[in-house]
Ligand binder design. Structure first.
Ligand SMILES: [Zn+2]
Length: 89
């Protein structure tokens, strides 16, 4: 029996009774026995709550998303080509 006082983060998540465990490999090599985050496959210690894109907690306006950056670099290339054309005259 593990002493839970050493693992304060491993409190019950409210998704027990499902019989499903996280299963991520822990430092000891054993599968994680925590319950996965509801709707996810991993517990919150193993990325169950990690988010990306609009769901990410740092998401503000999408200015730095991959799509936006790609679009901007394309715009800059067009602008640069346009400027070169202007200078050529
Ligand atoms: Zn886990």
């Amino acid at each position: 029996m593990l002493n839970n006082e050493h693992y304060p983060m491993q409190k019950k998540t409210g998704s027990e009774n499902t019989g499903i465990i996280c299963g991520a490999k822990t430092r000891t090599g054993a599968a994680c026995k925590n319950k996965p985050v509801v709707g996810k496959k991993r517990c919150r210690m193993h990325g169950g709550t990690s988010r990306s894109g609009k769901d990410h907690w740092n998401y503000k306006h999408g200015y730095w998303t991959k799509e936006e950056k790609k679009q901007r670099s394309g715009m800059m290339r067009l602008l640069r080509a346009y400027m070169n054309d202007m200078l050529a005259f």
